[in-house]
Write a protein that binds this ligand. Structure first.
Ligand SMILES: [Cu+2]
Length: 393
């Protein structure tokens, strides 16, 4: 007798026993089943795997969304995802990343992983001893060409919209020129009495010197050097970051992000920032504004932002520019119009302490009493109760 399976002819010997014929029938059945599976005839298990993939994808997406911590203007410990938005451009960037491209990436990754796992199991030697000789499937070929094209177009359209928005440059209410230096930023406000200021990062050393005085500092740390010194400074300065010495006019300081002279901008106003460099390439970056522009010597580049929330927003130089690359942060205070005008006047008068006090009063709820004292020569008082408690949280 003759049996046909997968194009191979299985022939039983003329004197085959009943047992032999039963065995051949089993082989034939298995071959037929394999052929049907291989020709993508059995959709059931693939559909199951796809559904499993979708379920895993949805769970992963839910987890990743939950793990995105909110952070206003600065990174937080354990943060996943982007910082909070303070401008419409950054809101768009966050939507594009969190709600558009990332879900696609997760779904595709999970789908491919599930498909791979299914194929490894279903078409293993054990489960599929006689492989299919199928080489073409028009439907599949069309699907895996057209689907990726559609995905890319779906990404490209909002991506171009975002790019155009970033380069739209609405009419400015105010312009700032930022110049990168190794390793600090210089700022000029050409439209606001041409005020100029230099922003240097506040270090552990700065806080300890402000607290102990030059002599006290030398006495405590003069004998140390290298890593020993760095460690000692870090340990001793730790509490000062929450309660900085009087020199810094109270307020909250953030290690590696706070600077001595912050720049200020009025809320809801369109700000153009012209960026250049005095030496090597730096990058003026403020994540919450969605601004990240290279500072190139001999060239002027630009970014624009319209901050819609008052507060302090931090950024860092984002092009590796040398030894102290990590020590040239950017700090921008977004304040109301009146506070901005007062701040400009204080900077023009070179009263940087008063200038800082004005910004703190406007954004960190320092007592109005202390704010009133800013108009005289009185020392600026520390932050109101509550500011430090909030900072300690
Ligand atoms: Cu730099």
């Amino acid at each position: 007798m003759t049996m046909v399976g997968m194009g191979r002819v299985v022939t039983a010997r003329p004197n085959a026993t009943q047992h032999d014929i039963g065995r051949l029938r089993r082989v034939e059945r298995r071959m037929t089943r394999t052929r049907i599976d291989s020709a993508a005839g059995r959709l059931q298990p693939k559909f199951g795997a796809l559904m499993l993939g979708v379920a895993i994808g949805a769970t992963a997406l839910a987890c990743s969304t939950l793990a995105v911590y909110a952070a206003a203007g600065q990174p937080v410990s354990g943060q996943l995802g982007l910082q909070d938005a303070a401008t419409p451009v950054m809101e768009y960037i966050r939507w594009f990343h969190n709600s558009w491209v990332n879900p696609m990436i997760i779904a595709i990754t999970v789908f491919v992983m599930a498909l791979l796992a299914y194929v490894m199991w279903r078409f293993s030697e054990k489960n599929n001893p006689v492989p299919s000789k199928l080489t073409h499937h028009t439907g599949l070929e069309v699907a895996w060409t057209v689907l990726p094209i559609m995905i890319l177009v779906a990404i490209a359209i909002p991506s171009f919209k975002l790019l155009f928005e970033e380069y739209r440059y609405p009419k400015p209410d105010l312009t700032i020129k930022a110049t990168g230096n190794a390793w600090f930023w210089d700022y000029e406000y050409p439209d606001n009495d041409k005020i100029k200021l230099t922003a240097n990062m506040i270090s552990d050393e700065d806080l300890l010197e402000a607290k102990l005085g030059r002599d006290g500092y030398a006495k405590q740390f003069g004998a140390l050097s290298g890593t020993q010194l760095t460690k000692a400074l870090y340990q001793e300065a730790k509490p000062l970051w929450l309660a900085p010495p009087e020199k810094y006019a109270g307020g909250r300081l953030v290690r590696q992000l706070s600077v001595d002279n912050e720049i200020a901008v009025p809320v809801n106003k369109v700000v153009h920032v012209l960026i250049t460099s005095n030496d090597v390439i730096h990058s003026w970056t403020v994540p919450s504004f969605g601004s990240k522009v290279q500072a190139v010597p001999g060239r002027i580049t630009a970014t624009w932002f319209q901050a819609t929330k008052e507060g302090v927003y931090y950024g860092q130089c984002s092009v590796l520019c040398g030894r102290n690359h990590s020590a040239m942060p950017i700090a921008v205070r977004v304040v109301n119009d009146q506070a901005f005008a007062n701040w400009v006047a204080a900077v023009k008068a070179r009263d940087m302490k008063k200038a800082r006090g004005i910004l703190l009063a406007a954004t960190e709820g320092i007592e109005p009493r202390s704010f009133a004292e800013l108009t005289g020569d009185a020392q600026i008082e520390g932050p109101a109760e509550g500011v430090l408690e909030a900072a300690a949280k």
